[in-house]
Ligand binder design. Structure first.
Ligand code: KG4
Ligand code: ZN
Length: 328
């Protein structure tokens, strides 16, 4: 089943965290997907500073929108309204309402994690349903049974830190800076396998736990001091996170009756994780990197499916810091 899309140009807007993004979608075709990242700015503080994020979205939103639209008028607008930083979400929502009101086009709010999950269906129209999705981002680590675009059930999740947080906190302890995931991956390529070993939490069922890992990295850094081989430490960190994600995903795949496995979210950019998970299912989909990290094309697509189903939101749409997945 290929989900039905909205017939017309859909503008997507994403401002839930530290990326300001706008995209234009025609059916399943991504015409533009403009992303302006604040990550370098937040690096100075070692993480996202909400007030700074909001101000940067205000600066970036009009130029990003203008570039994505390229003089075209959209037929509908989809915007991330939940979950995320409320001040940051408000900037995108206000822009989306202005577009909707000025051009008299329909507006729909989109759940950020739902959009990450659906990015696999944007990348592969033939993706079978139901499928199991591993969502791994800076704030989320969840195994989701995706029955249809509007029906998703969480079957496992992290009990503490998200996988992206484990990469970011580990990276900080190794002196690599924020955001750490891509830096850990790059440095790990020069590491010696087996030089260090970090623990994998033993969590029953389909849940995850990564909080013990940062303590273990801290101990390793303190123990080795000047003799620390940072590349091998980065490799050990990546191995521990990838192993834990893969082991639990494999257990969930065995327990559930699904035809495919998908991998989405910022941490899905990790090559080691992509290659490990691809071995777990004959039908494996991980979207291209540009659709894995925060972007508005996935918001436009999730919105397009809701619009095609006849759903609309009013101009009273409010941002929400947290919200369950649709149909959960
Ligand atoms: O989905 P995302 O762009 O933003 C959130 O919604 O959180 O995910 C960001 C997370 C960060 O923790 C970042 O370190 C991680 O994705 N990340 C990676 C890689 N690229 C980004 N983690 C591991 N390996 C990568 N190559
Ligand atoms: Zn995200």
């Amino acid at each position: 089943m290929t989900p039905e899309t909205f017939p017309g140009l859909v503008l997507g807007i994403e401002t839930s965290c530290d990326e300001t993004s706008a995209a234009l979608l025609q059916g399943r075709e991504v015409l533009t997907n403009v992303v302006s990242s604040q990550a370098d700015l937040h690096a100075r503080w070692g993480g996202v500073v909400p007030e700074v994020a909001s101000r940067m979205h205000v600066e970036a939103i009009v130029p990003v929108l203008t570039e994505a639209l390229g003089g075209r008028k959209p037929d509908a607008v989809a915007v991330t309204d939940r979950p995320g930083l409320v001040g940051a979400l408000s900037v995108g929502l206000t822009a989306a309402k202005a577009v909707s009101a000025a051009w008299a086009v329909p507006l729909v709010g989109v759940h950020h994690i739902e959009a990450h999950i659906l990015s696999a269906s944007l990348a592969d129209p033939g993706l079978p349903w139901p499928h199991l999705c591993l969502v791994v981002s800076g704030g989320h680590t969840e195994l989701v049974l995706v029955e249809s675009p509007g029906r998703m059930r969480i079957v496992g999740q992290t009990l503490d830190d998200a996988a992206g947080e484990a990469f970011d906190k580990g990276a900080r302890l190794l002196g690599l800076g924020y955001p750490g995931g891509a830096k850990v991956q790059a440095l790990a390529a020069h590491g010696t396998p087996g030089r260090y070993r970090l623990p994998r939490a033993d969590v029953p069922g389909h849940d995850f736990s990564f909080s013990g890992l940062k303590t273990a990295v801290l101990r390793l850094v303190e123990r080795e001091a000047e003799t620390l081989d940072a590349a091998s430490a980065a490799l050990a960190l990546q191995d521990a996170i990838v192993d834990a994600l893969a082991a639990t995903t494999e257990r969930a795949l065995r327990a559930l009756d699904v035809e495919a496995l998908t991998l989405v979210g910022g941490v899905a950019a990790n090559e080691a994780l992509r290659s490990r998970l691809s071995a777990l299912s004959e039908r494996f989909v991980a979207p291209p990197i540009a659709l894995c990290t925060d972007n508005a094309a996935m918001i436009a697509y999730a919105g397009s499916l809701r619009l095609a189903a006849g759903e609309r939101d009013g101009l009273d749409l409010d941002p929400r810091a947290s919200a369950p997945l649709p149909g959960a």
